[in-house]
Design a protein around this ligand. Structure first.
Ligand code: LLP
Length: 393
């Protein structure tokens, strides 16, 4: 197979396909997954893939092939994981609003663990497990009040956030765990946010984890598992130079700072860091339109295909694949949707661009395709994969 490097090598193939579409570099995905495998194995860490980042079948299959577990936040995600042959005893089920139907379904599937986020939820899981004559394995999600230094919409570990149980509820939680008969307490779960680039956040998390584990040990609880969540960020500025996150360093922080309990299994729930860099949204310029202060490059992709810039003001690198000229023109790169927030980037420096040029919006593999919508009755989002494109004549 011809070795390809860089998206421009696919230009000829891209030219023959209607836009917009997601393009996944499966080779990069596999390389990334292998890195995760190598470094997590070194410390005997257990990895669950957070399906919420991307549920594209091809991507799920590659992840499952490496024997990772799954982290799901809805009954349908559990269903999807099982359909893709993830082992049900490697499925963790998180979320603040699990419905009775979802809990019953997860109980039927004998999943690995429910990550419980409130006392009422603990009671309902116990009650539903009793109805089914089952014991539900649970971990308690604790809100550790650690600042993730990331965007406020993707911060989850502060007391003001809706996620997890707060420290002042833990005495009551301990009482409940002791009194409820149809749950099996496995340990603690944490997740402080997403797109975390500053590893000291994880060091701070470890310190808090040690304190909380001590609290439970003092009250005579066994903690056979610890789930530290996900959140490792990717380099949106440099998708080519930093295409694979530094998993070695990331896992070493947890190895170094967690006070290990003998025989305890440590679990991670990684989403973005596994799939973020392997995906690009490929689009065409429909029009170049002169504005008052700036020129607009109007694409055939919009916030319906990639919502992150509109929702979080997230940065994604934008490249003109059709031009090799010097980058000395400035454009506001926008979509066709009837919303002013439908903008991929303001004052983006590109080569002089024209109608029909192909544009790549990089690092869109996580929380891209999966957050797409049919708003404005847009077409379904479609995707192509590196290996398949090579086969196209
Ligand atoms: N575990 C839990 C409990 C989570 O809530 C999340 C993400 C993950 C694991 C995976 O986190 P990751 O490794 O991907 O950072 N739509 C937003 C991101 C939302 C993240 C939600 N929770 C975005 O586009 O940036």
């Amino acid at each position: 197979m011809k070795q390809l490097d860089g998206l421009t090598n696919y230009l000829e193939k891209f030219n023959s396909i209607p836009t917009p579409f997601y393009f996944y570099d499966v080779e990069l995905l596999i390389k990334t997954l292998k890195e995760v495998k190598i470094w997590s194995n070194k410390y005997h860490f257990h990895i669950h893939y957070a399906l919420k980042a991307n549920v594209n079948d091809r991507i799920l299959t590659e992840i499952k092939n490496l024997d990772f577990g799954a982290d799901c936040v809805s009954g349908n995600e559990i269903k999807k994981a099982i359909q893709t042959n993830f082992a049900s005893d490697k499925i963790a089920f998180a979320g603040v609003g699990k419905t009775d139907l979802e809990i019953l379904y997860a109980l039927d599937q004998n999943i690995f663990c429910f990550n419980v986020e409130s006392i009422p939820e603990l009671e309902i899981i116990n009650q539903l497990a009793e109805q089914k004559n089952k014991i539900a394995p649970i971990a308690i999600r604790i809100n550790p009040n650690v600042n993730a230094n990331t965007h406020k919409y993707i911060t989850t570990g502060l007391e003001e956030n809706k996620f997890g149980l707060n420290h002042w509820e833990l005495n009551e939680v301990c009482e409940k765990i002791k009194s409820l008969k149809n749950i099996q307490f496995l340990g603690l779960h944490f997740h402080v946010g997403s797109q975390i680039m500053d590893l000291s956040v994880f060091k701070n998390l470890c310190t808090r984890i040690n304190e909380f584990q001590q609290f439970f040990i003092e009250r005579n609880f066994q903690l056979p598992i610890l789930n530290v969540g996900g959140g490792l960020g990717i380099d949106y500025q440099n998708p080519d130079e930093k295409s694979i996150p530094n998993f070695e360093l990331y896992f070493s922080v947890f190895d170094k700072f967690i006070e290990k309990i003998p025989n305890q299994k440590i679990h991670f729930e990684l989403g973005r860091s596994l799939v973020g860099q392997c995906g690009s949204l490929i689009s065409r310029i429909i029009y170049i339109k002169k504005g008052l202060k700036t020129n607009f490059a109007i694409l055939d992709a919009g916030m319906t295909e990639l919502l992150r810039p509109a929702l979080y003001q997230a940065y994604h690198k934008i490249e003109n694949l059709s031009s090799k000229k010097a980058e000395n023109f400035i454009y506001d790169v926008v979509g066709p949707i009837c919303e002013s927030s439908d903008c991929f980037g303001k004052s983006v420096i590109l080569p002089e661009s024209k109608r029909n040029d192909l544009i790549a919006i990089r690092s869109a593999g996580a929380y891209g395709e999966v957050m797409s919508s049919r708003y404005n009755l847009r077409d379904e989002t479609i995707s192509y994969y590196s290996e398949d494109l090579i086969k196209i004549k």
